[in-house]
Design a protein around this ligand. Structure first.
Ligand SMILES: CC[C@H](C)[C@H](NC(=O)C[C@H](O)[C@H](CC1CCCCC1)NC(=O)CCNC(=O)[C@H](Cc1ccccc1)NC(=O)N1CCC(N)CC1)C(=O)NCc1cnc(C)nc1N
Length: 330
């Protein structure tokens, strides 16, 4: 089996991408953020207090003839940006782009933090990290990818995220039409459940490529690219008027500044992020100050290759044994 579904930016600066997912019988469609940086599939639901729901689609297990309560199981998750949610669990039929899993753990939110309530285009998350990160207790549950594996033509899923445009997620096959040249693969360590791998180095603009292994996680659920301070200062040194603002919590610069490109290495291959991806957003609609799509990872304890980097490539998440991740030009 295979599946293919759209990855739709939820706002004009690609803060996140959502994908239509159907749950239950008859199918209820929800727009979920497919997130390789976590491993819980949770949804706004009929169990979410109405005061915490603002325009989101909800999953109503009572309206599904195939829903089954997973008795006595609960979950609670906290994300890197401090947001979080918690609730109970149902098993139900779930499909993404024509690929169906009969008995997927669907975590129904009984509480969501305010940033989720405010994000009306996001009906929940589908974690695509390793299942070891799943927070359901007393027994942890499998991700959609782990449940789908036995029926997949190939044990892979791919992400083709696009700048200010709709991309796609494919399951079970690598679409030759979506990339050019060869796929450059590199080893993944599953610790502690993220898609953790190294970059072979970086270059700022037309500068020399710095060969240095940078370990981090490829995370479709993180908006920006977070790298060590040394790398980030080398980048913004090339930007007129750039400064690391305590007030805005990161590097900002005059929107009129011209930005260099940023190149990262995957083994011998090189991927260049256009300057436009790094001119992330105005700090407020009328401001002439802009916030960078490349920021320091020093406060995170881990480098995060988020959407700003991932949308510069066609990315293959390979669940083979051992797992590996591949990047290709597109
Ligand atoms: C089982 C937990 C699970 C593995 C968890 N995983 C993650 O946090 C990574 C995961 O990919 C999550 C998935 C997000 C969560 C929010 C909703 C959208 C998806 N990524 C992050 O938290 C990265 C930081 N956040 C972001 O990158 C969010 C994503 C977002 C998108 C749309 C709407 C709202 C938020 N972006 C922003 O807030 N932006 C606004 C500001 C702008 N400058 C950049 C964009 C974890 O590591 N948690 C440990 C953890 C807990 N507590 C903290 C404080 N830090 C932690 N790392």
């Amino acid at each position: 089996d295979t599946g293919s579904a759209a990855a739709i930016p939820i706002n004009e600066v690609d803060i996140a991408y959502v994908t239509p997912v159907t749950v239950g019988t008859p199918p209820q469609t929800l727009m979920l953020d497919l997130d390789t940086g976590s491993s819980d599939l949770w949804v706004f639901s009929s169990l979410t207090p109405s005061s915490q729901v603002r325009g989101q689609d909800i999953y109503t297990p009572a309206n599904s003839s195939t829903s089954k309560l997973l008795n006595g199981h609960t979950w609670s998750i906290r994300y890197g940006d401090g947001s979080g949610s918690r609730g109970t669990v149902y098993l139900d039929t779930l499909a993404v782009g024509g690929l169906e899993v009969k008995s997927q753990a669907v975590q129904t939110a009984q509480e969501v933090s305010s940033s989720f309530t405010q994000e009306q285009s996001l009906d929940g998350l589908m974690g695509l990290g390793f299942s070891t990160l799943n927070t359901v207790r007393p027994s942890s549950q499998l991700t959609f990818f782990d449940n789908a594996r036995p029926s997949l033509d190939e044990e892979v899923f791919t992400a083709d995220l696009k700048y200010h445009a709709t991309g796609s997620y494919d399951f079970g096959f690598v679409d030759r039409a979506k990339y050019t040249g060869n796929i450059s693969y590199t080893a993944v360590t599953e610790s502690p459940g993220y898609w953790t791998h190294s970059l072979s180095g970086y270059a700022v603009g037309s500068g020399a490529f710095q060969t240095t292994r940078l370990s981090g996680i490829s995370d479709t659920g993180t908006t920006l690219l977070y790298l060590p301070t040394a790398v980030v200062t080398a980048y913004y040194r090339q930007v007129q008027g750039a400064q690391n603002s305590q007030y805005y919590g990161g590097y900002v610069f005059p929107c009129s500044s011209s930005l260099p490109t940023f190149t990262f290495g995957i083994e011998e291959a090189r991927f260049t992020i256009p300057a436009s991806y790094i001119n992330y957003t105005r700090i407020s609609p009328t401001s002439t100050t802009c916030y960078g799509g490349l920021q320091s990872s020093s406060g995170l304890g881990i480098n995060i290759f988020g959407d700003v980097a991932l949308k510069a490539a066609f990315v293959v998440f390979s669940g083979t044994n051992p797992p590996r991740i591949g990047f290709a030009h597109k």
